[in-house]
Design a protein around this ligand. Structure first.
Ligand code: SAH
Length: 570
């Protein structure tokens, strides 16, 4: 019986004394990585520098946490997150020497199951404190995957009745309950009823539904979610027993079908057949002819809960994400979630490393910085197989980065499978904005963003745009200002800027902003030379109104006022 949160856990250790125990636990969860505190632990699979931020990030990503440290440390660290609604993955504290296993959070996510597994692996006892668990050996409110509890609140009342000493009958097949030491009695008032049929819960009854029902649906069915509910009702099948919707591959991108699956809370799978009856027959061939109470819908019921992964295939997903400048706290939560669900991660090696840590089951495809189109096509090939693929950019993916390359690859392709991929671009904090924020507000008014790289555009265009942007008195943000293969371009660009701007114009240089060893310097256009700049630098040149003033810490604030020309009286 597996945990109902089926994600791979993270094993987090603070000191090297915990490594041996961590490795023993890892044998139980071979895909799990051991995360060790940098400088204190050598030989972990991944290192982290901040315990609190790391633990909270794992928690928010719904990753089960096995922390080899004092329970109190874990509690204090996660406490701020506990009032928020959202994921509650299993969280366990394990003594460094493996002598104690304490499940802390995630009762409905299977933490007690994990605690028992780990305790068995470490030859110790789990400190189970959940009352229902203690008495019955399993949590009735947490049926294994493939089964759904009818109603949690009714369930809680049912368990407290059981705890007060009542006995219970079991109706239907509930193989996992056989191991639970329930006070069974064929004449008991309380009953656990397991079945897929629609049923009004009567008092004293705990309803558990096996998810063994599949509904195949054609995209022509109007209001599909309601149609599915109606069809199930007509066949007297409980909607809670629905395991998945199945549709035709040609309708993979149909928004109404996706909305219906969301509203029903089930996955949407795809198959090559076109008619609902054929789809259902193909998915569950051992069955008698499927029920077709409504045109365009076919219902098939299996004898066991369905293994969704084996029904047709899923729609592939491709997300082009922006990591932000570097520091994890500047990465948007949607990007963190996307990284957590990825099967494959593609990108320039430096950025893929920045996006980590990854689990052992995630495949990394690191390539050179120049191979953007090839990388984009590879991403579609993987996603078209039904995988969840992430293409990584630093900063924002739409700013001189992978989003355009990915869209270009799709535009050039007439492969229907590529076009059916669930493609999403997730934004990030671009280097110009991250640098500007640290300096104050140098881009606080109209500004112009340019790449000084002439790899993919003629140098004349760059000169022309630069000249016009300067004429328009826009503040300037230069990406890709210089590199070993482009040594003279920045000098030439500055010559053009100097034709329009006075030497006192403030210039902000941000290098490795948001990364270890970052530097920020505020100088003037007169002082700026190409030697002060490299390919990891962002160059922000002020407009005629940009100004500076001293900051209490000895540095300078830079800003471009919101007004233009004369300062308004107000
Ligand atoms: N998509 C990225 C930009 C890629 S172009 C973004 O939105 O930020 C690469 C250029 O961005 C570099 O040559 C440098 O000029 C700038 N850059 C990227 N990350 C940076 C950082 N952390 N600090 C300063 N400049 C950075």
């Amino acid at each position: 019986m597996g945990a109902s949160n089926n994600k791979t856990p993270a094993i987090v250790i603070l000191g090297k004394g915990a490594l041996t125990t961590a490795r023993r636990i890892q044998q139980l969860y071979p895909d799990a990585l051991v995360h060790g505190l940098a400088e204190r632990v050598e030989g972990a699979d991944r290192t982290y520098s901040e315990f609190g931020a790391t633990l909270r990030q794992l928690y928010q990503q719904d990753t089960p946490i096995i922390a080899l440290c004092a329970a109190g440390i874990v509690i204090r660290t996660l406490a701020p997150l506990l009032l928020e609604k959202g994921a509650e993955p299993p969280v366990l504290a394990v003594a460094e020497d493996g002598s104690a296993v304490v499940p802390l959070l995630g009762g409905l996510g299977g933490v007690n199951v994990m605690a028992r597994e780990i305790a068995a692996g470490l030859n110790t006892a789990a400190a189970i404190t959940t009352s229902g668990e203690l008495r019955f050996g399993t949590c009735l409110l947490n049926p294994p995957s493939g089964y759904a509890l009818g109603d949690l609140e009714l369930g809680k009342r049912f368990v407290s009745d059981l705890l007060s000493g009542e006995s219970v009958r079991i109706e239907g097949a509930a193989p996992w309950l056989a191991q639970a030491q329930l006070p069974e009695d064929d004449h008991a008032q309380l009953a656990i009823h397991v079945g897929y049929a629609e049923r009004e819960p009567c008092a004293n009854e705990l309803l558990i539904y096996p998810r063994n029902v599949l509904v195949a649906i054609e995209a022509t069915v109007p209001d599909p979610a309601e149609a599915v509910r109606g069809a199930l009702h007509e066949s007297r099948i409980a909607v809670q027993a629905l395991a998945c919707l199945l549709a035709s591959e040609t309708d993979m991108a149909d928004p109404a079908l996706h909305a219906a699956a969301d509203s029903l809370g089930v996955p949407l799978r795809f198959t090559a057949q076109a008619s609902a009856a054929d789809m259902a027959r193909q998915a569950l061939p051992q069955l008698l002819p499927p029920l077709s109470p409504v045109h365009g819908i076919a219902i098939a019921v299996a004898t066991e809960p369905l293994d969704i992964e084996r029904i047709g295939r899923g729609r592939g997903r491709l997300a082009v994400i922006g990591l932000g400048p570097g520091a994890a706290e500047f990465m948007i939560p949607a990007v963190k979630a996307e990284l957590a669900r990825a099967n494959d991660v593609l990108g320039y090696e430096t950025y893929v490393r920045m996006a980590g840590p990854f689990r052992a089951d995630q495949v990394l495809h690191c390539t050179d910085n120049r191979e953007e189109m090839q990388r984009a096509r590879h991403a579609f090939e993987l996603a078209a197989q039904g995988r969840s693929v992430v293409v990584v950019s630093s900063g924002d993916p739409g700013v001189f980065a992978m989003a355009s390359a990915v869209l270009e690859a799709l535009h050039e392709s007439d492969d229907a499978q590529w076009h059916a991929v669930d493609l999403e671009i997730l934004p990030g904090v671009s280097a110009s904005l991250a640098t500007a924020a640290q300096a104050g507000a140098p881009l606080g008014h109209d500004f112009c963003v340019m790449s000084l790289s002439d790899n993919l555009k003629p140098w004349e265009i760059i000169e022309k745009r630069l000249d016009l942007a300067c004429q328009a008195d826009l503040a300037l943000a230069f990406y890709n200002p210089i590199s070993r293969s482009r040594p003279w371009q920045l000098g030439r660009a500055l010559e053009i800027v100097r034709l329009h701007r006075v030497p006192e114009t403030p210039v902000t240089l941000g290098r490795d902003i948001g990364r270890p060893g970052q530097t920020l310097r505020v100088i003037t256009l007169g002082e700026l030379t190409p030697e002060q700049v490299d390919m990891r630098t962002m160059v922000l040149v002020g407009s005629s109104t940009t100004c500076v003033f001293p900051r209490a810490n000895g540095d300078q604030w830079v800003y471009t006022p919101r007004w233009y020309g004369e300062k308004p009286v107000k």
